[in-house]
Structures are given as C-alpha cells and as structure tokens.
Ligand binder design. Structure first.
Ligand code: NAP
Length: 365
C-alpha cells in the first residue's frame, strides 16, 4: 500500500463508523495528515450532523492547515444543505492538498466540489481506493442514481441449497458466527424484509442483537393483511418501525385501521396479476415515503424467487452451512427457467469462513 492508500484506508474505516446512522447520506471519513503523521480524523456521525471534513479539522485543534493534506473518501460537497459547503471550508482553512477516493454522484456536487477547490489553487488527487470507497457507499449511489433502495438478499442455506426442512423448520441451519454477521448487516441497512409465511412460521424479531447498532425498519409483505396481531414484529415496542406492504384494497380494511391505531405503518401497493404486492412500486415508495436506501431481504423462498424473477437483486449475502438437508425448501424454489441461457448470473466479490460456515458475497453481473 502506498502512503496515499494507507491514509485513505483509515478514512474508509472511519466512514464505516457512521453505518446505520447517516442514511440517506453517504458514509464518509476524513483524515488530516502533516509530514506523514495523522493530526486529525473524523467521520460523518449522523444524518444532519457535521460532515467528516469538519469533524477531522475540529478534532485536530488547529485552525490553519497550510502544509497539510486532507484525505476524504467522498468528494467534498459544494452546496449548502443541512451544513455549510465543505469545499468552502477546505479553502478557508488553507489546506495544501486534498486526496479523494470517489466522486459524489449527487447532481448537486458531481465534480463541482473538486473544481471549486482546484480553482482556489489547492492540489486535488482523485481515485485513491476508489473501488473500495464505491463499495462502502453502494447504498447511497443506488439511491442517488435510481431513487430506489439497494437490495441485498441474505440467505442462510445448507450445502444442497435448502433454507428449511420440507416441514418449514429452518432455525438454525447456519451457526452462531453467521447469525452474528447477519445482525451486523442488519445494523448497516435501513430495513429488513420478510414474506408473510416467514413472519408466521418463524415469528422473527428482526432486531439487531449480539452486535452494537440500531434496529432497522422491519418490513413484511402481507398482501391481504391476514397476519395475526400477536407476532413479535407487530407487538414490539418499536412497532412504529414496522411497515406492512399490502394491496390497496386491504389498506382500507378494518384490519388496516386496527394496525394503524397500534402504530404500525401500512404501505398500500398495487398487486401483480397473481395478487401479490408489486415489488418495483414497493421499492420506489419505500424510498420516497420512508427515505429507505437499503433493504436486506431475509426470505423466504417465495420472496427470494420474486426478487430474482424481476431482476431486483443488487447483492446476495450467502451463508452456507456444511450440512445436507435433502428434499427441503430450496432458496429459489419458485424460480423457473426453460433455457440454460436464462440462468441468473452473479459474480463472487468476496468469500470468507464464518465459524463452520462460508459467507459468500455476490453481485449481479
Ligand atoms: N434459512 C433462511 O435463510 C430462511 C429465511 C427466511 C425464511 N426461511 C424459511 O422459509 C419458509 C417460508 O418461505 P416461503 O417461501 O414459504 O414464504 P415467504 O417467502 O416467507 O412468504 C411468501 C408470501 O409472502 C407474500 N407476498 C406478498 N407479496 C409477494 C411477492 N411479490 N412475492 C412473493 N411473495 C409475496 C405472499 O403471501 P400473500 O399472497 O398472502 O401476500 C406469499 O405467499 C419458512 O420455512 C422459513 O422458516 C428460511
């Protein structure tokens, strides 16, 4: 690693500390370096809070940064939003150099931040650890570019591709370490989502446990609002963070009124011909109405298959246990193709041992 990469790597580690708290903003970390030594560092801690550059400068206890280099993983902003423009701040504090990993795709910034700094005579270097930085902000990039959430499928399956026994029992196929990692992922996304049958059979809490972090929104797809009211996600203390997506008809029913009175959010969605909620519309509405930029879909097989069929998956987090179930419920049971060239292709971007299991990270190619 070059020096530039080392300091940018530190900025990326700091950026990750904002996970779960800054959305719909990006994760950003900043490091200030003088004579190859870090003199200040900071990160964007919460939505509406100070930007990473300002945090780093304040933590350094300095006011003049001539001779110093600022490392920041996302292009400094050039517009006044909830906080003043960082590019103006950098110019006023007389930084000598700014090193950036990714350009900000937000049309309000998109190269303007860097141009402004360069026009003030400050040297700017871009593209340092860009790939790693783009990965950290993949939720933000999708949100800005598509106005729709980044979709991760989290699958806990056996070696032979089953997520449950044929009886429906699935707890637990994977081990403790994999479950801990799943909770870590929950703490980073804005929402987790399950289908009606998973909500009914597993009665999950969908909360963050075993790791630090806040609970995401809990979303359940129940087209006709038939789920019983005593499920954990419907009677938990933070049920104002539970969203049920149902048909437009069901959303005006007596059951919908009861659920709303209990504080649960009801999202009416048009249905497909098969009567199930339209995923495309649901995703856009979740972003528009709840500022949700990332969703982790946790099953079951019908839901996984629907997302795959409609080409709505950005990433898969596959936890595979070295166990064979035989004839059970396959992860993508309802996904049917007739031609080999219609298979769904993914690229492996990472793999890692997770206790006795394997964790594989895949993206759609
Ligand atoms: N190992 C794992 O990773 C894992 C994770 C989760 C679940 N599971 C297991 O999976 C099993 C449940 O899976 P499942 O396939 O039977 O059911 P599911 O996917 O949990 O739920 C399917 C139901 O969701 C509703 N839904 C609404 N909109 C939909 C849409 N656009 N596409 C698909 N479904 C939609 C439908 O009911 P309505 O028509 O009534 O709306 C549908 O029948 C359980 O045994 C559970 O233990 C395993």
């Amino acid at each position: 690693m070059t020096n530039y990469e080392q300091f940018m790597n530190r900025a990326l580690i700091l950026a990750m500390k904002g996970s779960g708290y800054v959305s719909p903003n990006p994760r950003v970390g900043a490091v200030i370096v003088e004579n190859d030594k870090i003199i200040g560092e900071g990160w964007h801690k919460m939505f509406g809070g100070k930007h990473a550059e300002i945090e780093a400068a304040e933590n350094s206890k300095r006011t003049d940064f001539s001779g110093c280099t600022l490392f920041v993983n996302l292009e400094p902003c050039s517009h006044v939003g909830k906080t003043p423009a960082c590019s103006d701040f950098i110019i006023s504090k007389k930084f000598s150099k700014v090193v950036v990993a990714s350009l900000d795709p937000n049309p309000l910034v998109n190269g303007k931040g860097i141009r402004r700094i360069q026009e003030a005579g400050i040297e700017v270097v871009t593209g340092v650890l860009e790939k790693e930085s783009n990965w950290i902000n993949r939720f933000f990039f999708k949100y800005i570019q598509k106005k729709s959430p980044y979709v991760i499928l989290k699958i806990a399956q056996s070696l032979d591709g089953n997520i449950a026994l044929s009886s429906g029992i699935s707890q637990w196929i994977t081990g403790e370490e994999s479950r801990k990692r799943s909770h870590q992922l929950r703490s980073e996304v804005d929402a987790v989502l399950v289908g009606k049958k998973t909500a009914l059979l597993d009665n999950p809490s969908l909360t963050v446990r075993d790791v630090n972090g806040r609970n995401p929104y809990k979303i359940v797809l129940d087209s006709y609002l038939t789920l019983p009211l005593d499920l954990k996600i419907l009677k938990c203390d933070d049920r104002d963070k539970t969203i049920i997506c149902c048909s437009v008809n069901a959303s005006t029913s007596r059951k919908a009124e009861i659920l709303k009175l209990a504080g649960i959010k009801i999202l009416p969605v048009e249905t497909y011909e098969n009567g199930k909620v339209t995923l495309e519309q649901m995703l856009v509405d979740l972003t528009e109405k709840f500022n949700i930029t990332s969703i982790m879909v946790e099953g079951g097989a019908e839901i996984f298959s629907s997302f795959l069929e409609r080409n709505l998956i950005d990433e898969i987090q596959l936890f595979m246990a070295p166990k064979i179930i035989g004839s059970g419920i396959q992860s993508f049971n309802n996904f049917k193709i007739n031609k080999l060239n219609s298979v769904a292709n993914f690229n492996i971007v990472d793999f890692d041992k997770s206790g006795d299991d394997i964790q594989i990270t895949l993206v759609r190619n």
